[in-house]
Design a protein around this ligand. Structure first.
Ligand code: PGA
Length: 251
């Protein structure tokens, strides 16, 4: 089953309007000059979703949010509804990133409710899962990832409205990555869990991204793995050249 890779940039809390618009336009221009072998997505801070979506409207570059609320509207000061992201031109939203699980105490149950809201709004939910270093050292990686996968996936999830991002917490922003065999093992395990949740066909079509210190120097090796269908990239997504080099590393 051929899955078209997705190369997704998670800009986190970085950039003001002029930087974000220039970065997104730079990536869209590269895509226009040479069609990549992958889908490409940028997820700017919520403050820039509108400007970035307008700047790249009509291009092949998709735009996403970094979080949304589980409710459509109401008394939730500071929160952002999935329908509001969609209204600005977003097509995706990252959910359950480890920084949100840690900084905002997000549980898998909450991530599942947010993912359901995102999908109901017509967004693709990019659901993040991954173990901490202590969990890996304790040999609990597959158990933790399995629990987060089962707990975060909403009913009604399918390969069209869901992307999974495996991000070992200790690899994020650290310059460290698991060994290639370890990445292959976890992605294979996620695919097997997906088969139980979505059926064989759904699992075969589901995109499972790797995230955590992916950069031009290691992308080719990671993206060549059978069950790695793209990347969720933080630091290296903030430079158009690096992000593009990663996209060019897709098999
Ligand atoms: P990183 O971040 O590429 O800077 O490690 C990845 C992420 O947090 O999504």
């Amino acid at each position: 089953m051929a899955r078209r890779p997705l190369i997704a940039g998670n800009w986190k809390m970085n950039g003001l309007k002029a930087d974000g618009v220039a970065l997104a336009k730079g990536i869209a221009a590269k895509m226009a000059a040479e069609a990549p072998r992958c889908d490409m997505l940028v997820c700017p801070p919520a403050t820039l979703v509108d400007a970035v979506a307008q700047a790249v409207a009509g291009s092949a570059l998709a735009v996403g949010g970094q979080d949304c609320h589980a409710k459509t509207a109401g008394a939730h000061t500071g929160d952002i509804a999935a329908v509001a992201l969609k209204d600005l031109g977003a097509a995706y939203v990252i959910l359950g990133h480890s920084e949100r699980r840690a900084d905002h105490g997000e549980s898998s149950a909450l991530v599942r409710a947010k993912a359901a809201a995102a999908q109901a709004a017509g967004l693709v939910a990019v659901i993040c899962i991954g173990e901490t270093e202590a969990e890996r050292d304790a040999g609990a990686t597959l158990a933790v990832v399995g629990e987060q996968f089962a707990g975060s996936l909403p009913e009604g999830a399918n390969a069209a409205n869901t992307v999974i991002a495996y991000e070992p917490v200790w690899a994020i922003g650290s310059g460290r990555t698991p060994g290639i065999a370890d990445v292959a093992e976890v992605h294979g395990a996620i695919r097997a869990l997906a088969a139980k949740a979505l059926g064989a066909e759904g699992a075969a079509a589901l995109r499972i991204l790797y995230g955590g210190s992916m950069k031009p120097a290691n992308a080719r090796e990671l993206l060549a793995l059978e069950d790695v269908d793209g990347g969720l990239i933080g630091g290296a997504s903030l430079k158009a050249e690096d992000f593009w080099a990663i996209a060019q590393s897709c098999p």
